[in-house]
Design a protein around this ligand. Structure first.
Ligand code: 1GP
Length: 250
């Protein structure tokens, strides 16, 4: 069943064409700094804050960050967990993901089984998502033992995305990896868009409006921006990205 947060995300996509979400890595900042970044990102027009990270293991700190942030921002906070430690009762929803091209079953179904009862206990809205690593995937590629899809093989990404759809996943996230220098290529995004009619998220290495526009034009519904937020004055660039990708869908 589609919950309140997913409904909100879908409505924002219908209105704007392509939307941006800001990713905060709970491992690398204090609740105060994270909240300041979230407030600034909100002022740029991002539609939600994702909180997570492939090496985020401090669940207490994650919870503190989300609690502090929730007091100040209006947009929803969605968990983007890299492991069972990425679950907090104070978030609005969770991207309940399977790392589809991992070589390790832990990241495909085992962590999900371990975390599922906690999601239920906390009454978190669960958004089913196929998570697919493209290229070497940086930290998540390494930690998640992903067999990254080569950039020149868009049809492989399409196969995985279609499989995600047939397994009932309403979201697919094409991940190049946090802080990487080459983003998911527009040809991969376009090939996936041809077969996947759910919500298509793309992230990894997006720091310039030009990169965002190419990915949005290829058919992404959502762009995730993370590393850019570590820059002292990210506001003008993030505003440019949010504005630049609006209504440029193919
Ligand atoms: C990482 O896709 C996200 O999981 C965001 O990547 O940090 O490179 O923006 P960046």
């Amino acid at each position: 069943m589609i919950g309140k947060i997913e409904k909100y995300i879908r409505e924002e996509i219908s209105k704007d064409g392509t939307i941006s979400l800001a990713l905060i890595d709970s491992e690398n900042m204090s609740p105060k700094i994270a909240t300041k970044i979230a407030l600034n990102a909100e002022s740029c027009g991002v539609k939600s804050i994702l909180v997570g990270g492939s090496t985020a293991i401090d669940q207490l700190e994650l919870d503190k960050i989300i609690k502090t942030m929730k007091k100040r921002i209006k947009i929803p906070v969605i968990l983007f967990p890299g492991n069972v430690t990425g679950i907090s009762p104070n978030a609005d929803a969770i991207l309940f993901s399977s790392l589809m091209n991992s070589d390790n079953p832990y990241f495909i179904t085992e962590a999900q089984a371990l975390g599922a009862l906690l999601v239920k206990k906390y009454n978190l809205e669960s958004i089913p998502m196929g998570y697919i690593v493209i290229g070497d995937g940086g930290a998540i590629g390494f930690i998640g033992r992903a067999r990254g899809i080569p950039s020149e093989k868009p049809e492989l990404a399409a196969m995985y995305s279609l499989a995600a759809k047939y397994m009932g996943m309403r979201f697919v996230y094409l991940e190049a990896g946090s802080g990487v220098t080459s983003q998911v290529s527009p040809s991969i995004v376009a090939k996936v868009r041809d077969v996947f009619d759910g919500v298509l998220i793309v992230g990894g290495g997006i720091r310039k409006v030009e990169d965002g526009i190419k990915i949005a034009k290829a058919g992404a519904d959502i762009l995730v921006v993370g590393t850019l937020l570590n820059e002292r004055n990210f506001i003008p660039t993030l505003k440019e990205i949010v504005k630049g990708i609006r209504n440029v869908r193919r």
